[in-house]
Design a protein around this ligand. Structure first.
Ligand SMILES: [Zn+2]
Ligand SMILES: [Zn+2]
Length: 244
């Protein structure tokens, strides 16, 4: 299984990086973790046919994480139609927000026939879901107050990956990252903190307790990029590919 970093930037495109999009390529599955506005173009640049996409898993409904879905919809409506439905799984409200966004951007989405064949799934915190044989365990993380933000633990082909989504540090990452093949953890800041994103100094305190096989930091803001030389952990770059 391979992880393709399509976008490891934050909401502001810091450092000219694409917004959140992580493509998992398995033997017979292709799926995304998050779908920021730059995801379709990054997927094409990486040489993938968007029709091959089986599932989009969404960690939360901030624009830099789901705002790219309308571009996939118009791709399927006007460029290359799909035979099989696209599955989209995210926190409660995903279907409504995706369709509302599509309506605002292209005037479609009020009726089922106006969107390409799509199956929406709600990811309930603490509850395993299997979609196209991909197993996902979502759990709630501290990022939004009213809305639900999820971290996603994904298993397929005997491999396991934990994706933090956007979140402040939480000790749940210690439990859930234990023995996973790769932990893709957001790290927006170095030592500044807004209380809803990980900062590197906090992460570093916890590194001795973190027992994942590989750690990759992502969703990198300007402060992190400016302190690259002070960081020994692996930092994601757009276009990187990791064998899981
Ligand atoms: Zn974000
Ligand atoms: Zn967010």
């Amino acid at each position: 299984m391979k992880l393709h970093i399509l976008g490891c930037g934050d909401a502001f495109g810091s450092g000219g990086r694409n917004q959140s999009g992580y493509l998992i390529e398995a033997s017979d599955r292709l799926f995304l973790l998050d779908c920021g506005p730059t995801t379709l173009l990054a997927m094409k640049r990486a040489g993938f046919d968007p029709r091959r996409l089986d599932v989009i898993f969404l960690s939360h409904l901030h624009g830099d994480h789901f705002g790219g879905i309308p571009f996939f919809f118009i791709e399927y409506l006007y460029q290359k139609s799909r035979d099989q439905p696209l599955h989209i799984a995210g926190p409660a409200g995903t279907e409504e927000k995706v369709c509302e966004l599509f309506r605002l951007m292209y005037g479609h989405g009020s009726a089922a026939h106006e969107v390409p064949p799509t199956r929406f799934h709600i990811l309930h915190p603490e509850s395993f879901t299997i979609i196209k044989e991909i197993k996902v365990f979502p759990f709630r993380v501290p990022h939004q107050v009213q809305e639900i933000s999820l971290a996603l633990k994904v298993s397929y082909d005997g491999k396991e990956l934990l994706f933090s989504g956007d979140s402040a540090w939480t000790d749940r990452f210690l439990d859930q990252a234990r023995a996973v093949d790769l932990f893709l953890c957001e790290c927006s800041f170095y030592d500044a903190g807004t209380g809803n994103h990980v900062n590197y100094l906090k992460l570093r305190e916890n590194l001795p307790r973190l027992q994942c096989r590989k750690l990759v930091l992502t969703h990198l803001g300007e402060e992190m990029l400016a302190r690259k030389k002070d960081i020994s952990e692996m930092l994601a770059e757009d276009g990187m590919v990791f064998e899981i």
